[in-house]
Design a protein around this ligand. Structure first.
Ligand SMILES: Cc1ncc(C[n+]2csc(CCOP(=O)(O)OP(=O)(O)O)c2C)c(N)n1
Ligand SMILES: [Mg+2]
Length: 320
């Protein structure tokens, strides 16, 4: 990949990091009244995958959806307004952080019921196949998600119908506070896909370049009707399961493990790569950081100043 594209990948990851760090900074003001599941530490997955997609391709996400939404070029102002519960939000302020949509970018749904958006994504891929439209669907899911029956039904259906879909599992080792080895038998993760005859790959989830390269191949193959695929990205969330804080002191994961994964920070390491291998300098990257923060501040101002929905809207979208 050339240096210009690498800079783009870095910029997209840093953008997500800065947005979520600003949420951290402002969350205590209690103006954002919905739960937030931050993806700090997992930005490479969202950016590496979405960078390999075209605008027409569709993504489906879960409760940890900010990174996916922003990486697929969802509108930041509408996302923040949604988190602030404002009418200008992408769901009119009715959904909050876990319901991010942007039809204009084909961010079709994020749904916090664990695994439920996988089946919706399969429906999306089925429609692309019927229409022969060559759109690819990505279903983002977590390691906890593979424990739900709908995951297996969805892979089975996608496999038998050869659907243009990539199931992307971000394995961050935890479902809330329960580590994966207390929830699942020890077996290679890609066996989960192979059991349904879905070609499966495992990739370093903190290496944005590797993720981009492998997704690009899978997307190409999906367009050639060679899907579906199951891609596991091994990564780690830095913050608590839900909320702006750290929760390492409550005992479900060790400080040692946390520090080990912090060293694998996808953004810090890619920054080193940009400087050492692609000849960028600290000043250029600092300028980028300032520029991103400027636009992020504007979007927060917009969200904070936007109007709340009025009471008469309560019945809108209620059909019975
Ligand atoms: C059907 C269902 N069961 C339980 C929950 C509560 N819940 C919310 S997030 C979560 C953990 C999911 O873990 P994982 O899929 O690994 O995603 P991560 O939070 O690690 O990103 C659970 C159990 C839920 N939202 N939906
Ligand atoms: Mg998890």
């Amino acid at each position: 990949m050339n240096s210009k594209d690498c800079f783009k990948l870095y910029s997209e990851m840093l953008f997500i990091r800065h947005v979520e760090e600003m949420i951290v900074k402002k969350y205590h003001e209690q103006k954002m009244r919905c739960p937030v599941h931050l993806s700090i530490g997992q930005e490479a997955a969202a950016v590496g995958v979405c960078h390999a997609l075209l605008k027409k391709d569709r993504i489906f996400s879960n409760h940890r959806s900010h990174g996916h939404y922003l990486a697929k070029k969802g509108d930041l102002k509408k996302m923040l307004a949604e988190i602030y519960g404002k009418y200008a939000g992408c769901c009119g302020g009715r959904g909050g952080s876990m319901h991010l949509f942007d039809k204009s970018q084909n961010i079709t749904a994020s749904v916090p019921l664990v695994s439920s958006s996988i089946a919706l994504a399969v429906g999306s891929a089925l429609s692309s196949k019927i229409d022969n439209s060559k759109e690819v669907t990505v279903s983002f899911l977590g390691d906890g998600s593979v424990e739900e029956g709908i995951f297996h039904e969805s892979l089975n259906f996608a496999s038998i119908n050869k659907l243009p879909i990539i199931f992307v599992c971000e394995n961050n080792l935890y479902s809330v506070y329960t580590p994966i080895n207390e929830r699942q038998p020890i077996r290679p993760f890609n066996k989960l896909g192979e059991a349904h005859a879905v070609k499966s790959y495992v990739c370093d989830g903190n290496d944005v370049l590797k993720i981009y390269e492998i997704t690009k191949k899978l997307v190409k193959n999906c367009r050639l009707n060679k899907g579906p695929f199951f891609l596991t990205l091994n990564t780690y969330r830095h913050r608590e399961h839900c909320g702006p804080n750290y929760d390492n002191t409550i005992g479900y994961r060790t400080e040692k493990e946390f520090k080990l994964w912090k060293k694998k920070d996808p953004i810090k390491n890619f920054k080193k790569k940009l400087i050492n291998n692609y000849h960028f300098n600290e000043r250029q990257l600092e300028e980028l950081s300032l520029k991103l923060n400027k636009s992020i501040n504007k979007a927060f101002n917009f969200a904070e100043k936007s109007k709340l929905p009025t009471p008469d809207l309560i019945k809108k979208y209620i059909y019975a």
